[in-house]
Write a new protein. Sequence first.
Lengths: 209, 209
Amino acid sequence: MKDNKISMAVIRRLPKYHRYLSQLMDRDINRISSKELSKIIGFSASQIRQDLNNFGGFGQQGYGYNVEALYREIGKILGLDREYKTVIIGAGNLGQALANYTNFSRFGYKLQAMFDVNPRLMGLRINDVEVKDVDLLGDYVRENNIDIAYVCTNRSSAQQIADILCKNGIKAVWNFTPVDLVLKKGAVVENIHLIENLFTLSYFLKENE
Amino acid sequence: MKDNKISMAVIRRLPKYHRYLSQLMDRDINRISSKELSKIIGFSASQIRQDLNNFGGFGQQGYGYNVEALYREIGKILGLDREYKTVIIGAGNLGQALANYTNFSRFGYKLQAMFDVNPRLMGLRINDVEVKDVDLLGDYVRENNIDIAYVCTNRSSAQQIADILCKNGIKAVWNFTPVDLVLKKGAVVENIHLIENLFTLSYFLKENE
């Protein structure tokens, strides 16, 4: 991919393409037209052609898309052609749920350690990963070149944790707290603001009634 | 709010306005200009004026916005002026994490029951809510007029659960599985596709390097 001007909207659709292409590969389907892809993925065929034109060379008139080539190219764009070292901060239910997702590891996100402030959780092993004292977080991130931190703490400690992470060279933060974190030194962030998503859902429910 | 043509983009920003207005109220701030709001929320002042103009009458030249009135109006638009009966399907780590979020209940989302297929979880009480046999799900949803179901099952049972929910009159599904559910009878859905969000994060990480 040469063109850096791919819009955010397209980027945010890529993971969904990736998922459906993977399912096609599981079913041994090697090529697919934009029309057929439209039926299963729910975007319009013209939207699909427009989106995938950004990467060039995968669709051929009368042939359709090469499923595996497109899957691999989208994976590369998303940065799935390498491994990421990850840590989880907050070893409560949510942190444990994330530690148990085998899917993350399958795509190269390798969980190295978990951290918590609660002494009763320290030393616990979840999916073979140890829960450590959060006081060790900064050193651990720096010494082990951790790429991504999943922040599952409570609201009140989230920014403090983010500061420690940034000071020690974290590259990306996956934020599950209902706080907009201020990150320094150019770390990137994605938020899962659960309550905001739930609010949107009740808006739709109300509109639908 | 009379105008039904508020764009999806605006709707999706409303929960964030709601959160920041709540914080202002906690700090006893009664009015705020679009400029000041811009500084804390991160949207441009003109974006804010445009967004909030959709609801009319809250901003006054030289005065700014009435924080509490705006907070209440946005809450009403989001459907937060009523209660919702909710259930959780899948009482694993993620389901338990959601059951323990006291914030949901505070905003009117009242958890009535949890369901699981695992006999070892049945009868367990999480945050004072009982885990029931998933075989009872359909009857329970119908008889108790459940509004919203949080689906935290594994991928392979998600659609089957969705079918049961729809058949029994569910109004909204909050889907945490990596599946695009097909819902009948006009139920609405919001998805938390974790892995897709993580892919987007690694895209940004890569672009930022």
